[in-house]
Design a protein around this ligand. Structure first.
Ligand code: 9MR
Length: 454
């Protein structure tokens, strides 16, 4: 069930003097998160989610705030859903679907047929028995999730890493037609969902593996085998770097008449180099009409399967990295550019119509509340002079408490609370903005906030 939510955006001022309240439309904040910026481009921006991290408040609040698509990192794999033959366990995966519904997020289903993460009973199977078990798994799982999934990875990683042919596996040994059999079974089980082939090291157009997958999709389209999309995992690192022909690859596949999706993006590295590569990937997707969306393979570096490569958009503390800012900017969003609608709305307020040189700021509060909890985002906008620091204050109703905050240091957890910039976001150019947020229990705080500039 989707929770009903109240979303309110109010501009308040109170830098050096009390200011008038101006109500803004929610659209004023439309492009300040990855999900909303991607939506503005007609795409989704998703992440892999690991169910046991949802109890981590920092993880959970970033998930809520930034993403509008989710992929179960492991919970919808074959071993998780069918641990004993024909005994299905949907409990954990269903929790993730519920969470996605609460977020209003799409779900990518991952994955129905794969040589890896097979339950023990399947690993030891072969021939017709295995083929039938594969088809039964596809039918049962897709029937259970009918209407709840946007795209299914029907077959995952079926190609050899170097020679452009098929990977050897127990599934491959059931006959070369196992992939098309999987797709036909999937279409029959749920005709409405998008059916994808998903793989890694298929990003560089000149690589044999890319050509192998391309030729299979071309053949499927020519023979009417159902396939709707191709997923590019895009795990980039020094051994498999982002290729300059990535956009060509995406476009060539799209030209076969399938959607393309970036399904497991992570880019090892740091700083400007990493940030630029993320931006390039986003720009490549946006340049290809049929590139529907991007999923990163985890939230914080510490959540990654390759944590030591720091390949994600948030650091271990949940702070957005340079790669986050460049990704958001490439999506057409912004965390720090001047916002004309905010500053013009603020102009009636005496506190921001001051002469250049006097530091002032305003705080725009967005509350996303449900029964028993809330997430609050606050946009701090500098007046006509650059800030070197800021503190905003607001009041929580009795019984409410701050449980977590990001991109600011909180002082107090109940009643009157305040939030001060952290190291990287104290400096805000004249007219520029920065954002922080906090999560809490109880009823939502007032949208009236003060902002004190330094
Ligand atoms: O991130 C997943 C990790 O937690 C699992 O241990 C691993 C086991 O196979 O699978 C990882 O996810 C993989 C995904 O399902 C398919 N593409 C490669 C991903 C990274 O290994």
């Amino acid at each position: 069930m989707r929770r009903s939510r109240a979303i309110l955006t109010v501009l308040t001022t109170g830098a050096l003097t009390a200011g008038a309240l101006t109500v803004l439309s929610p659209a004023a904040d439309a492009a300040s998160t990855l999900g909303s910026a991607a939506a503005g481009q007609g795409r989704y921006f998703g992440t892999a989610v690991s169910i046991n991290r949802l109890s981590d408040a920092t993880y959970s609040s970033i998930l809520n705030r930034e993403f509008n698509s989710v992929t179960a990192e492991n919970e919808m794999k074959i071993d998780a859903l069918e641990p004993q033959q024909n005994q299905f366990n949907y409990t954990t995966a269903d929790r993730l679907i519920t969470r996605a519904n609460e977020m209003g997020a799409k779900v990518r289903g991952h994955t129905l047929a794969w040589h890896s993460q097979q339950p023990g009973w399947m690993q030891s199977m072969s021939g017709t028995a295995l083929r039938n078990a594969m088809k039964n798994h596809i039918t049962q799982v897709m029937t259970h999730y009918k209407g709840k999934i946007d795209s299914w990875d029907v077959v995952n990683e079926a190609f050899d890493d170097s020679n452009g042919g098929r990977r050897d596996s127990n599934l491959q040994r059931t006959g070369n037609d196992w992939i098309e059999d999987a797709f036909k079974t999937a279409r029959a089980a749920d005709p409405a969902v998008k059916l994808c082939y998903n793989d890694y090291n298929t990003d560089n157009w000149t690589w044999a593996k890319t050509q192998g997958v391309y030729n299979m999709v071309k053949d499927f389209k020519a023979r009417g085998v159902p396939i709707d999309c191709v997923g590019f995992q895009s795990h980039f690192n020094s051994g498999s770097p982002y290729p300059s022909n990535y956009r060509t690859t995406l476009q060539n596949f799209a030209d076969l008449g399938v959607d393309v999706q970036i399904t497991e993006l992570d880019i090892e590295g740091s700083g400007t180099t990493q940030a630029n590569t993320y931006a390039n990937v986003v720009r490549d997707c946006l340049a290809v009409t049929r590139c529907n969306g991007i999923t990163v393979w985890g939230i914080r570096d510490s959540d990654s399967w390759r944590a030591s490569g720091t390949p994600l958009l948030f650091d271990a503390n949940g702070n957005p990295k340079q790669a986050y800012t460049s990704t958001l900017a490439a999506l057409g969003g912004s965390t720090s550019s001047p916002s004309p609608s905010t500053s013009s709305s603020a102009s009636p307020s005496p506190s921001v119509s001051q002469s250049s040189g006097t530091r002032a700021c305003t705080a725009t509060v967005t509350v996303n509340a449900w029964t028993g909890g809330f997430v609050t985002s606050v946009k701090v906008t500098a007046g006509s002079a650059a800030l070197t620091g800021w503190t905003t204050g607001l009041t929580l109703p009795a019984g409410s408490a701050v449980t977590n905050s990001w991109s600011a240091t909180a002082s107090g957890t109940s009643g009157a609370v305040s939030f001060t910039n952290v190291g990287y976001n104290g400096t805000v150019p004249a007219g520029g903005t920065t954002e922080f947020g906090f999560q809490g229990t109880g009823s939502a705080p007032s949208t009236t906030a003060t902002c004190t500039a330094r």
